[in-house]
Design a binder for this molecule. Structure first.
Ligand SMILES: C=CC1=C(C)c2cc3[nH]c(cc4nc(cc5[nH]c(cc1n2)c(C)c5CCC(=O)O)C(CCC(=O)O)=C4C)c(C)c3C=C
Ligand SMILES: [Fe+2]
Length: 469
């Protein structure tokens, strides 16, 4: 497990591939977390000429093999990790915080859930002069979007299954840790719905946890998912003297772990068997998209990590004698901007035109069933594929409670325990950022006029109403 000390806000090590968050970059910070990029398993055996990298510099390594082989994972370092872990177990009250998105539990929750989502500055990213309008814009978009979104949730039974599944995953991870002689409390902190991250953190404090591992349930890192949840956590920890002293390890991404890759390959291999000619089926990886600007302007490593993830899964499948064609596309675009391409719907139509007859859809950015698997893929995309000439359709289930996957997440937690650290630097004042009241007022005035002119344009309303999931 590689771990690098990093600070909340704008320490360069917090920013994968040079990630620049307009908001967090402006914060002065005083709290450090430890960042782990979990890649256990791909370091044995080392390919010829490879070197074990124990610490990264200010940018992420992007080559698959560098990532895959970068974590201490030979026998001696594993023993070292185990020994260190054991000593922590004896002294510490361990907590594991699972971070997830959250979802509306009833149709009445849909609009307020959407409000929380669009009020997140890592989801709707406004230039500084417009940021004070975040709440108003979130209200507007959530109201415009709610009817279509409600239809989707109604089609999958009236609410999101995310809370139930994440709670079950938390219980399963707790038991997997127990089986490895690690006693830990496992908490769930959702970004946009109950139980909110704030509630989980309060419970962690009440329970007097003394060492915490933060495990986002997103295999790949994106500013909009893991990044956003960690920003909230950092704010909460910075403000609280007890929490600021708790050693924390954050597992930022884990798509490269052997256990995850193998578990995905198992599911795909199994599902291919439903086809009369399994070798003929195209493996269609469908990932949640992000706006192109995240990747191109803000250094979001999501696309790169997604591509590496698919590469690793396909290498594993090839090694098992599964040579199928595969393709990666992005779904669920939102609003009037360019999103990562190719788009899932367009590729499906294209494949149909090219004569593809069998297709296996593989959701790859998320590990529970949710609205985008149950409604968007199983209903909308399936219908589109069949209309486009694809005759045989299959879909790989989300990993959920798959035992090999849960065990691997427990291993990731154990490996990260020794690297947890907190650094509280009281010399950096929280309100040391200077604010110029006059220029702020001027920006607010012109910002409001511009924002409302833009927001109320019919094109914009249509983009948010229809291009949402
Ligand atoms: C890795 C996964 C995800 C990324 C990246 C992501 C980015 C992202 N999402 C939106 C907007 C919406 N997302 C919505 C639901 C939703 N999103 C994810 C995952 C990722 N989002 C999940 C798992 C879910 C489903 C939750 C559930 O209830 O099951 C929605 C609401 C759905 C609707 O029909 O309206 C919106 C809106 C943006 C803008 C974005 C990146 C900027
Ligand atoms: Fe989303």
């Amino acid at each position: 497990m590689e771990a690098t000390a990093l600070s909340a806000g704008f320490h360069p090590l917090l920013k994968p591939n040079g990630y620049k968050s307009p908001r967090s970059c402006s914060q002065k910070n005083s709290l450090s977390f430890v960042r782990c990029e979990s890649s256990s398993g791909f370091n044995k055996p080392k390919p010829e000429g490879s070197i074990a990298i124990t610490h990264r510099g200010s940018s992420f390594k992007t080559n698959v093999f560098e990532q895959a082989h970068s974590v201490a994972g030979d026998a001696s370092s594993y023993d070292d990790t185990t020994a260190k872990t054991r000593s922590h177990v004896a002294e510490d009250k361990i907590g594991v915080l699972l971070l997830n998105l959250g979802g509306p539990e009833t149709l009445n929750d849909v609009q307020p859930f959407l409000y929380n989502l669009f009020a997140d500055p890592d989801i709707i990213r406004l230039p500084r002069p417009f940021q004070f309008l975040q709440g108003t814009i979130a209200k507007f978009i959530s109201v415009v979007r709610a009817p279509k979104s409600k239809e989707g949730y109604a089609a999958i039974g009236g609410g999101s299954p995310l809370r139930k599944i994440t709670d079950e995953q938390a219980d399963a991870i707790k038991m997997a840790l127990q089986a490895k002689n690690i006693a830990a409390n496992v908490y769930v902190g959702m970004r946009y719905w109950f139980p909110f991250t704030e509630e989980a953190v309060q419970q962690i404090k009440k329970d007097k946890i003394t060492r915490l591992v933060v495990l986002p349930l997103y295999p790949q890192y994106s500013i909009s998912t893991t990044g956003s949840s960690i920003r909230v956590l950092q704010d909460l920890f910075r403000k609280d003297p007890y929490l600021a002293g708790v050693p924390v390890a954050v597992i930022q991404s884990w798509y490269q772990r052997r256990g995850y890759v193998n578990s995905m390959a198992d599911l795909i291999e199994k599902e291919l068997q439903i086809f009369s000619d399994p070798k003929e089926a195209v493996i269609f990886f469908s990932a949640h998209g992000v706006p192109v600007s995240y990747v191109e302007n803000s250094g979001d490593p999501y696309q790169k990590q997604m591509e590496e993830c698919i590469y690793l899964i396909m290498e594993e499948l090839k090694a098992r004698g599964v040579p199928n064609e595969h393709i990666l596309a992005y779904q669920s675009r939102v609003g009037p901007v360019q999103w990562l391409k190719p788009y899932t719907d367009e590729v499906l139509v294209d494949l149909g035109k090219k004569g593809v007859k069998s297709l296996l859809a593989v959701p790859v950015s998320f590990v529970s069933e949710h609205i985008e698997t149950l409604e968007e893929i199983d209903m909308e995309y399936r219908e589109l594929a069949l209309e486009s000439g694809i005759e045989n359709w299959g879909r790989v289930p989300a990993l959920g409670l798959t035992p090999s996957f849960i065990t691997d997440l427990a291993d990731a937690v154990i490996e990260s325990l020794p690297s947890a650290a907190a650094i509280w630097n009281p010399s950096v004042s929280e309100d040391s950022e200077s604010s110029d009241a006059f220029s702020y007022l001027v920006k607010m005035f012109f910002g409001s006029i511009l924002a409302f002119a833009l927001l109320l344009s019919p094109k914009m309303i249509d983009a948010f109403r229809n291009h949402l999931i």
